[in-house]
Design a protein around this ligand. Structure first.
Ligand SMILES: *[C@@H]1O[C@H](CO)[C@@H](O)[C@H](O)[C@H]1NC(C)=O
Ligand SMILES: *[C@@H]1O[C@H](CO)[C@@H](O)[C@H](O)[C@H]1NC(C)=O
Ligand SMILES: *[C@@H]1O[C@H](CO)[C@@H](O)[C@H](O)[C@H]1NC(C)=O
Ligand SMILES: *[C@@H]1O[C@H](CO)[C@@H](O)[C@H](O)[C@H]1NC(C)=O
Ligand SMILES: *[C@@H]1O[C@H](CO)[C@@H](O)[C@H](O)[C@H]1NC(C)=O
Ligand SMILES: *[C@@H]1O[C@H](CO)[C@@H](O)[C@H](O)[C@H]1NC(C)=O
Length: 462
């Protein structure tokens, strides 16, 4: 029912798109602005950070509570689906070569691999990934229409191509929705955006790499290796039986599984790849948890310096929420942020674009998952039992966190609420109400970790 009506809204939007700019019509995909990617969701929602965005179940209704009006919204979004990174694409292509060279007698489920040609590129957004961000822009408009119809958000992107392009595609979706709304007064397009270089020594609150002690930690990989030892061996036996002679390694179990999401998002419509059929739903849950361990112990609460990487952005967020200058000595550039062209205060809509690992650090600096117990390394935990923490629920392709400030009848102070991929995350340590919200002052108080600079002084000790 829901997806039918969503499809209808989309078709109308496409039909009214000005100038036929809407070339990649989403009518043939199961990716929609409203609910995200729903193709074969019993597996595609378990692909960790390689899941395409989907609307995550929320115990607290995600709509704006009765009697309240959102007066400020900040979105922090991940780029859309991309090709594998350069290093990974080499490993995948070598693995396929290794299989082709060694195997002559493919098992029944594996025959498609005989003629499979590795054609994935490296690092760039796929067309499907671009469309995800167009959809995210439409979705943002629909949610914050009362603010966005007359106001263009202040936009920043971290400097890597796929992030900048994602931000552009997001503005395209937002602008189109605005043009389609007869009550809106859209600004001229393209919208301006600030790009923060990712190469050090430029301080960039949307990209880690400035904290040497953090960059050398291996906590994420170690946790993943422990869990892979648990669930990987059975799958490895199955793969090597189906591909006799291939002699794949335990690490290549993950690579074979990676080929499912990467080939799926390489298809313009996100059609499920054959590689997905080699694994069971249970295998995918293990894969998702393996990814969650990588994020949690690599960049999140589970890493001693993970949350410190997100401190700079959180201090900028506090500045925006309270219209006061940034106080930070970690990843922000004070000269840059002092210039209102680069860092205006008093805007009502802000949009920032970054990567999964950086966004994970921001969640940690906000303490969003402080109620989650440290993830077990030896057995799987579900996202719902981990208070909503999993890589696919937090940092899928085209992930988005919304930070909202609202005024409500009967409340003298502004309230703050945070949603991660449409799931309301009840705020910690600031007396959150039943809607997961805190008063702005208490919220800022609860962020003492960030305000005091996190553990940044430990970044430079041997
Ligand atoms: C995304 O943006 C780029 C750069 O402006 C553009 O070339 C491309 O067509 C856009 N993709 C979609 C799906 O609209
Ligand atoms: C800070 O930003 C300024 C531009 O405003 C730039 O010239 C400078 O190199 C940057 N410094 C660092 C450390 O990021
Ligand atoms: C399989 O690979 C391992 C290394 O991963 C190697 O030690 C072993 O000799 C290989 N076996 C065959 C039959 O090629
Ligand atoms: C979803 O994927 C699983 C695993 O590949 C497969 O067994 C199942 O048939 C698929 N379902 C649909 C509806 O495509
Ligand atoms: C860049 O960050 C470092 C801390 O990592 C800080 O000491 C320095 O002052 C920052 N530079 C600017 C221009 O803000
Ligand atoms: C989250 O937990 C960390 C570590 O205990 C703590 O430093 C931080 O203040 C907490 N954040 C919130 C918002 O409660």
């Amino acid at each position: 029912m829901v997806s039918l009506s969503v499809g209808l809204i989309l078709n109308l939007a496409a039909a009214f798109a000005p100038g036929g700019s809407h070339a990649a019509s989403p009518t043939h995909t199961c990716d929609t602005p409203d609910t995200g990617f729903e193709c074969n969701k019993s597996i595609s929602h378990s692909w960790g950070m390689y899941s395409p965005f989907f609307s995550v179940p929320s115990e607290i209704p995600p709509g704006t509570p009765q009697g309240c009006q959102v007066t400020f919204a900040q979105v922090l979004a991940r780029h859309g689906a991309r090709d594998p990174t350069a290093g990974k694409t080499k490993m995948y292509s070598d693995m396929i070569e290794q299989i082709h060279a060694a195997v002559s007698d493919y098992g029944p489920a594996f025959r498609f691999i005989k003629d499979y040609e590795y054609t994935l590129g490296a690092d760039q957004l796929t067309l499907f990934g671009q469309q995800q961000l167009v959809n995210a822009g439409i979705r943002f408009y629909d949610r914050y229409q009362h603010l966005a119809k007359d106001t263009t958000p202040f936009i920043r992107a971290s400097g890597q191509d796929r992030v900048v392009e994602s931000a552009q595609n997001w503005t395209q979706g937002l602008h189109r929705a605005r043009v389609d709304d007869q009550h809106a007064s859209p600004d001229s397009f393209p919208y301006s955006m600030v790009v923060l270089p990712e190469h050090t020594p430029f301080n960039n609150s949307l990209s880690h790499g400035h904290c040497p002690a953090f960059e050398s930690t291996k906590d994420g990989e170690e946790a993943q290796a422990t869990f892979l030892e648990q669930f990987g061996p059975d799958i490895l036996v199955r793969l090597n039986e189906g591909l006799p002679g291939a002699n794949l390694t335990l690490q290549q179990v993950i690579y074979m599984m990676d080929l499912c999401p990467f080939n799926t998002v390489a298809d313009d419509n996100g059609k499920l790849s054959n590689f997905c059929t080699l694994f069971t739903e249970d295998d995918w849950r293990d894969y998702d948890y393996h990814a969650s361990l990588g994020k949690w112990y690599g960049y999140g609460n589970g890493n001693p310096l993970g949350s410190s990487q997100g401190v700079g952005f959180v201090n900028e967020l506090i500045a925006r929420l309270t219209s006061t200058p940034v106080h930070d000595h970690t990843t922000t550039n004070s000269t840059f942020d002092e210039d209102p062209k680069n860092f205006p205060l008093g805007a009502v809509l802000y949009a920032d674009f970054s990567h999964d690992n950086d966004i994970t650090g921001v969640y940690a600096a906000l303490g969003l998952y402080n109620a989650t117990r440290p993830l077990a390394k030896s057995h799987r935990e579900s996202a719902s039992s981990a208070n909503g923490y999993s890589a696919s629920w937090t940092v899928p392709f085209a992930a988005r966190m919304y930070v909202e400030k609202m005024t409500c009848a009967g409340s003298s102070e502004d309230l703050v609420r945070v949603l991660v991929n449409d799931r309301v995350i009840p705020l910690q340590n600031c007396e959150a109400d039943s809607e997961g919200r805190c008063e702005l002052g208490r919220f800022v108080d609860s962020l003492s970790f960030a305000r005091e600079g996190g553990l940044w002084d430990r970044c430079f000790v041997e």
